[in-house]
Design a protein. Structure first.
Length: 499
């Protein structure tokens, strides 16, 4: 059982050895490279919306590529040339994007944690002008064994020296050290040399690894939530026990500070750590959602009780502007400037994202999903309709707002929509002069749980929440094969490489 005091700083005492898995020639696509845009898989200069559908085809799974100018495509393991796949693979449970071979098209990395008896696999598929290539992909297994669910979570970012990428893969049901479902994180280094991708297994990290605070415990599921930047990876561990408080939750930061691939410092926090607001309580699930961007990172605590309101939720903020990262405060729906009111089962912080110029001002914004928010529409309460709040951390000029289907977004707020269950960044522009992001918003309960994806605004124009698909603007985007009840479209939305 972990005991938390001050933020823990431990230098790793042993560096892992890079183990080459394979070296393969990656076909170069003819994509634009003048202003590369993160999340642009077809190389047209605009970011694309990719939605994972792990339950499709009897749980074989697929990824819906809603490309900005090209026609939409369905990505499966089979049509990527990586084998047939099987029922229960859950291909599409996690999806991230990064231009691994530097050809101007982001490549697609897909988790299939149900593959091979829930051992799990991760598939790397190269991007192309029409969405993806069906050759030169590869499959990673991370040395996982049956039941690990390797690939249940993914995070990727350029490495510290910007000479390649660090890929982090969660295996939350790994029986690490013989401890049931303790969980692990597998770290790969990916570099490119003239179209040759070198994929190297760096290390497998558990809470028993040298330098990592705490120890493995049954059912912790370390690695279930991940977010990365070039400086390291943030691991959410919402089921961590803190003292006698079951599932109070924690976060762990594995930091790279010298350009070598293995992490060399580690920090950890719970709500029992000095400087972290609140108290560690049973069932809070601190770290259920995590987001990392530059010097800022955040942890969602969706089951935090606020006064008499159970499961109202909160978001904890941290800054890494000096040598040691520090907590910088909390946001709740009674925090001055935060939209909405504290209510039971709002689950503020069920999803979090951080990006540039989102929603209301220049600078960095935190975006929080509140899928349990009740919305009044037409004089009636729409239970669990959901909303999304955005707010600005110090030192940026304070700015806050919200969007939902009764405020800015199209459609009508309905009970059970659960808008804000999922958030992912969508790059609107990577131009050095006017970098700007949007947050894609999952609405998995829309239309009988068919589900849709919507967006935060990118300007003050009435159509600024539109998402461009195949050259047409859409106020919301659903499954390319047509709305189908029970699909829960928007539960998994791809994230671009971290910054």
């Amino acid at each position: 059982m972990r005991k938390f005091g001050a933020s823990v700083l431990v230098a790793a005492t042993a560096a892992a050895t890079l183990t080459p898995l394979n070296v393969a020639t990656a076909a170069q696509a003819d994509c634009q490279t003048s202003i590369p845009v993160s999340g642009d898989v077809d190389g047209d200069g605009s970011s694309d919306l990719l939605v994972g559908l792990p339950g499709r085809n009897n749980g074989t799974g697929e990824v819906d590529l809603r490309l900005s100018t090209a026609p939409s495509k369905i990505l499966t393991q089979q049509n990527a040339g990586l084998g047939e796949g099987a029922s229960g693979d859950a291909f599409g449970s996690a999806v991230v994007m990064a231009d691994l071979n530097d050809d101007g098209c982001d490549d697609i990395i897909v988790g299939a944690p149900g593959a091979s008896g829930r051992t799990g696999r991760v598939h790397v598929i190269l991007g192309a002008e029409d969405g993806f290539q069906n050759a030169d992909g590869r499959t990673l297994d991370g040395g996982a064994t049956a039941g690990d669910r390797f690939g249940a979570s993914l995070a990727i970012a350029p490495n510290l020296t910007r000479t390649g990428f660090d890929l982090w893969i969660g295996a939350p049901l790994d029986n690490a050290g013989g401890t049931t479902d303790a969980g692990s994180v597998v770290h790969y280094s990916i570099t490119n040399s003239g179209g040759n991708l070198n994929v190297n297994l760096v290390q497998t990290i558990t809470q028993n690894s040298t330098g990592v605070p705490g120890s493995t415990e049954a059912n912790d599921q370390f690695g279930a939530a991940l977010s990365a930047t070039p400086r390291g990876v943030l691991v959410g561990d919402e089921l961590e026990d803190v003292g006698s408080r079951k599932n109070a939750g924690s976060i762990t930061l594995l930091a790279s500070t010298d350009g070598d691939a293995p992490f060399d410092k580690a920090f950890s926090w719970s709500q029992a750590s000095p400087g972290v607001p609140g108290n560690a309580e049973t069932g809070d699930r601190f770290g259920a959602a995590v987001a990392f961007f530059g010097e800022h990172f955040a942890a969602g605590v969706p089951f935090e009780d606020v006064d008499a309101s159970s499961n109202a939720g909160m978001v904890q903020l941290f800054s890494w502007s000096s040598a040691t990262p520090v907590p910088t405060g909390e946001f709740k729906q009674y925090t001055p400037g935060v939209p909405g009111a504290v209510e039971t089962d709002d689950r503020f912080g069920a999803a979090v994202a951080i990006g540039r110029n989102i929603g209301c001002s220049d600078g960095i914004q935190i975006v929080a999903g509140v899928p349990g928010e009740d919305i009044t529409s037409g004089g009636s309460a729409r239970v669990d309709a959901g909303t999304v709040a955005f707010l600005t951390p110090p030192p940026f000029e304070p700015c806050a707002g919200s969007v939902d289907q009764a405020n800015v977004l199209s459609r009508t707020a309905e009970s059970g929509d659960r808008l804000g269950s999922t958030l992912a960044l969508g790059r609107h522009s990577d131009d050095d002069v006017a970098k700007r992001d949007r947050a894609f918003i999952g609405v998995p309960g829309e239309d009988g749980a068919a589900g849709i994806v919507q967006s935060t605004p990118i300007s003050s124009e009435p159509s600024s929440t539109d998402i461009t698909v195949a050259g047409a603007s859409n106020s919301s985007v659903g499954y390319s094969g047509g709305a189908q009840a029970g699909t829960n479209y928007g539960t998994v939305i791809a994230s671009p490489a971290g910054e």
